[in-house]
Design a protein around this ligand. Structure first.
Ligand SMILES: CCCCCCCCCCC/C=C/C(=O)SCCNC(=O)CCNC(=O)[C@H](O)C(C)(C)COP(=O)(O)OP(=O)(O)OC[C@H]1O[C@@H](n2cnc3c(N)ncnc32)[C@H](O)[C@@H]1OP(=O)(O)O
Length: 394
């Protein structure tokens, strides 16, 4: 059946005229209304509505609509079953035959109801940005949506400049794991509001468990290692849409993405020494490789902030777009990427990443262990205290 669906587009040329109608299918049956008498006018109007739909609803739906149309106009399927190699006609026959002895009138009503639900769902999705029609709920700090083969994970604490609190670390891991298994071809990480992310939420340092700061640092290192590990192991193309300034861990992780698109408003800042900390996100390994050891030192050791153009020149950013057209241009491009064969993309990513995976995990472990020590240092504690007591900002 899957093969028949694939061939469906090709079949449009030679299909019978009623195939116009099966161009779009059915989603929701209002069974309680099947007894209602439908006028021929309602049915014809639904057929016209189908032709006006702007978006293709997919082959599975098309087959259902085809079956209902045939049942409504010709009654139960009494055609000979097509041969196994006649994939398209067999899929159509199966769908029609599955309706059994459903009365013509009920089929017409179901057809009209389904077209109606289809029209409203497809109209609404065409009016919104990609990724806004299928929202996954249950996240406090993220907005996760999936559409057009793209899962979008949006950091959603705009009033805190999308700083990563402990909950957000957990939710990102959860969203990545879900995205790795969903039916999307690519995954995008971006930020809501004016910032991409201001990095680690410095209030993460404030709630000290009964085991004291040592326990806090130990738990922090475990969390960080697991978090970065999810990026190392993510199996599909992972793209960052850096919509504004990026700080700390939101910058270092970019070295683990497969492409990084940035608005010209974005900046890239890793002030680890200022904060008494040290690099993470595998940046101690990826940055020198991407941009040369000296340029990496300027960023990771001296905390030099790069503009989007500079980050692009150094290879950290793939391409920079004017902020005014950033969303439109990047989404257009991503939608085209998402149409590529997903398995081929996965396999190509795998072959690129596999060579590095072991090394990246080792680097991650080492960075976390070093940071665990840094978090207990006076340098780090003072820097965090200064920020939290409003004495300092970047
Ligand atoms: C042992 C602990 C373990 C914990 C868990 C481990 C997790 C792993 C950690 C991995 C290591 C990561 C390192 C990093 O990411 S280093 C980078 C850290 N980030 C910063 O230092 C940025 C601090 N923020 C600022 O300097 C400024 O806010 C900024 C320049 C980003 C924006 O300035 P602006 O003036 O435009 O805006 P505000 O300062 O008024 O910000 C608005 C509100 O947002 C709050 N905010 C912003 N960023 C952070 C942040 N990173 N942490 C906490 N809060 C942040 C800011 O306080 C404002 O809040 P209020 O409105 O309530 O005042």
């Amino acid at each position: 059946l899957a093969m028949a669906y694939l061939a469906w587009g090709l079949a449009q040329r030679w299909c019978p005229s009623s195939l116009q109608v099966i161009s779009f299918p059915v989603v929701q049956l209002h069974l309680n209304r099947t007894a209602m008498r439908l006028s021929q006018k309602d049915f014809e109007s639904a057929m016209n509505q189908v032709k006006l739909l702007k978006k293709d609803p997919g082959n599975e739906v098309k087959l259902k609509l085809y079956a209902l149309y045939k049942q409504a106009t010709e009654g139960p399927c009494n055609m000979p079953k097509p041969g196994v190699f006649d994939l398209i006609n067999k899929a159509k026959w199966d769908a029609w035959n599955a309706l059994g002895s459903l009365p013509k009138e009920t089929a017409r009503q179901n057809y009209v109801d389904l077209v109606s639900s289809l029209s409203s769902s497809l109209e609404s999705s065409s009016q919104v940005e990609p990724g806004t029609d299928r929202k996954s709920t249950g996240y406090e700090t993220l907005m996760v949506t999936s559409e057009d083969g793209i899962t979008k994970i949006m950091l959603n604490r705009p009033t805190k400049k999308n700083a990563l609190n402990v909950e957000m670390y957990h939710e990102i891991m959860h969203a990545l794991k879900a995205a790795s298994k969903d039916d999307s071809a690519i995954t995008v990480l971006t930020g809501n509001g004016d910032y991409y992310s201001s990095g680690n939420d410095l209030t993460n340092f404030t709630d000290i468990p009964p085991g004291g700061v040592e326990e806090k640092a130990k738990n922090g290192a475990i969390l960080l290692r697991e978090f970065v590990g999810c990026f190392i192991d993510f199996p599909k193309p992972l793209i960052a849409m850096v919509n504004g300034p990026a700080v700390g861990i939101s910058v270092t992780l970019l070295g683990l993405f497969d492409a990084v698109y940035a608005s010209d408003r974005a900046t890239f800042h890793t002030p680890f020494s200022h904060l008494g900390q040290s690099p993470e996100g595998c940046s101690s390994y990826t940055f020198p490789k991407i941009m040369s050891p000296a340029k990496a030192t300027e960023m990771l050791v001296f905390g030099k902030k790069l503009t989007a153009g500079e980050a692009c020149a150094q290879g950290l950013v793939t391409e920079v777009f004017p902020d005014s057209t950033f969303q439109k241009e990047v989404w257009t491009r991503l939608k085209a990427f998402a149409k590529l064969p997903p398995n081929a993309m996965r396999i190509s990513k795998e072959i690129i990443r596999n060579r590095e995976k072991e090394k990246l995990h080792a680097v991650n472990a080492e960075e976390c262990s070093v940071l665990q020590g840094r978090w207990l240092s006076d340098e780090c504690m003072n820097a965090v205290m200064n920020f939290l007591s409003r004495k300092s900002k970047l």
